[in-house]
Structure formats: C-alpha cells, structure tokens
Design a protein around this ligand. Structure first.
Ligand code: FDP
Length: 289
C-alpha cells in the first residue's frame, strides 16, 4: 500500500466515524422537523426541515476533518470546497418522505478520490446509516461489505463480509406502472410470477436495497416514459448503491452497463437504477436490450 492510499484509508475511516457519531443527533432532530421548507432542492423536490437539518449538521461535522477536499449533498446546488483531499457526496436523509408515515430512512455516503462530479470508477468507499427500529451502518470498501449496529454513535460489528443470499426472495420496484416501459413491465410481471418471490417496497431506496442485501432479490427505480433517466441521483444514490451491491457479490446496472461505469455531467444528474442478484439483473438487462 502506498503512503497516499494509506492516508486515504485513514480519511475514509474518519469520514465514516464522523457520520456514525452524528447519527444520534440526526435521529434526535427528526421529531420536530417533519414539516416542509418553503423552497425545493436542486432536483426540484420539496425539502423537509429534516433534510436541511441533516445536511447542515453533517457539513458542520465533516468540515474540520483533515484530508476532505469537497462536500456535496443532494440538498444543495453546488459542490463546496472545504479543504484538500477526498470528495464526500451525501444524501443526508434518503427516503425522507417516509418521515410522515414513520418508515425507515437513512444517510447515504460515497467517498471519491477525484473532484465532483466524478465517475463511479473513482469511488474509494460507500455505505449507509439506516434509521430503522435500530440504527445500523452498512459499509463497503475494498470489495468487502460489513454491517454494524450503532449505539450512541459507536459501531459494534454485526456481520462481516456480507454477501447477497443465493436464492432471491424480494422484488422492489419504484415509479408508476403506467409510466414503465413495456420491456421493464414484462420483466416485472415475470418476476411477480416467479415461485418464491414476493413484493416489498417501502419508498426509501436504502431501506429497500437493504432488504435485497439481506434476503436477495432485485430492486429497481426504472427509466420511465415521462422520466427516461429515472428518479434517483447518479452521484448520490446510483454510484454508492451500485458499489455496495457489487462489493456484496451482486450486480448493478443502469439498463446497459454497471452503474459504476457511468460519469455524470452534472452533480444532480439522474440515472435508472437496477440492482440485485446477478442472474436477475442480467436477465433484466437482456430484456431492456
Ligand atoms: P425520497 O423522495 O423520500 O427522498 O431519491 C429519493 C427517494 O426517496 C428514494 O429514497 C426512494 O427510493 C424514492 O425517492 C421513492 O420514490 P417514490 O415516492 O416515487 O416511490
């Protein structure tokens, strides 16, 4: 290992520890912040007070870290220069529309060794903190995925070298059926009729992907007739989820190639997302042609 990559490893550790340490404050800040702000985020979606709270808190905690050069978040228009070193891209509260019905949501992170926006091949690490009945961290790095339980922001190992189960059990498809392309609809109905498969869709990408990681199956937020690039953000959601799933032995796709092969033109670009067990995503890709 070179000096530079060992230094980058230390910085990634510090970033992940900082996000974990902030988790109790994020959880504690949710009850009073369930109402919408006046404006919208850079993707034109309404922002909850909880979204901007989590974004501001995490920027404040990450800013003093040595070795972090850039901070970008789904909640702000521009990349912020905070020093010299790696780039951190966050979805501070992925699935925040789940706040109203009190369903799962979480913080999704990705760390790159290039300035943002940048391609998936420049990822150093990615993961997510899930605010479910308990708080967990799923962290991917160097081809390995580990799961931890967080207590008062401190990590305790739960599972090491997490891989997708061989027998897929869950399918989880976002978007509106009326807006799905015919090829995707054909795959969806074939999947629905496959023995042993059942539907579970919760409306927060990391919550839904976490189910696939634990039970096996396929998650998609597909290209749609009214949104050919889908809904999810490439830099903040597509790359980290593709990286985590590929590190766990699964497959990711934007419909044509691995999610990690793409390069965004802008920090808020969107991408269709298909991830899961290799065989399922391969047959989905074949259908999408
Ligand atoms: P949310 O709008 O609640 O922040 O990209 C954001 C996201 O949630 C994903 O986490 C989730 O998979 C998707 O949007 C949910 O979209 P739908 O409401 O269309 O199901």
């Amino acid at each position: 290992m070179t000096d530079e990559s060992s230094r980058e490893d230390d910085v990634v550790d510090a970033v992940v520890e900082t996000l974990c340490a902030a988790a109790p404050s994020i959880r504690a800040g949710l009850p009073g912040r369930r109402v919408y702000e006046e404006g919208t985020n850079p993707s034109g979606e309404r922002q909850l007070e909880a979204d901007t709270y989590a974004d501001e808190l995490l920027l404040k905690r990450l800013r003093p870290l040595d070795g972090v050069g850039e901070y970008a978040s789904e909640e702000r228009a521009d990349v912020i220069d905070i020093g010299e070193g790696v780039s951190v891209a966050l979805d501070p509260l992925d699935g925040s529309t789940n706040l109203k019905p009190n369903n799962v949501m979480g913080t999704l992170y990705s760390v790159y060794d290039e300035p943002l926006p940048t391609g998936g091949e420049n990822l150093l690490a990615a993961g997510y903190i899930l605010y479910g009945p308990v708080t967990t961290l799923v962290a991917a790095r160097d081809g390995v995925v580990s799961e931890y339980i967080l207590e008062s922001g401190i990590k305790r190992p739960l599972r090491e070298e997490l891989t997708l189960p061989d027998d897929p059990a869950i399918f989880s498809f976002g978007g509106r059926v009326n807006h799905w392309f015919d090829e995707f609809e054909a795959f969806a109905s074939e999947t629905e009729r496959t023995e042993g498969m059942k539907l579970r869709y919760g409306g927060s990408m990391i919550g839904d992907v976490n189910q696939i990681l634990h039970y096996g199956g396929v998650f998609a937020y597909p290209a749609q007739t009214d949104a050919p690039s889908g809904k999810l953000r490439q830099q903040f959601e597509g790359f980290p989820i593709g990286y985590i799933i590929e590190c766990a032995g699964g497959r990711s796709s934007d419909g044509e190639q691995s999610l990690l092969s793409g390069t965004p033109d802008g920090i808020h670009d969107r991408v269709p997302v298909y991830i899961g067990n290799d065989s399922l995503v391969e047959s989905l890709e074949a259908r999408l042609g």
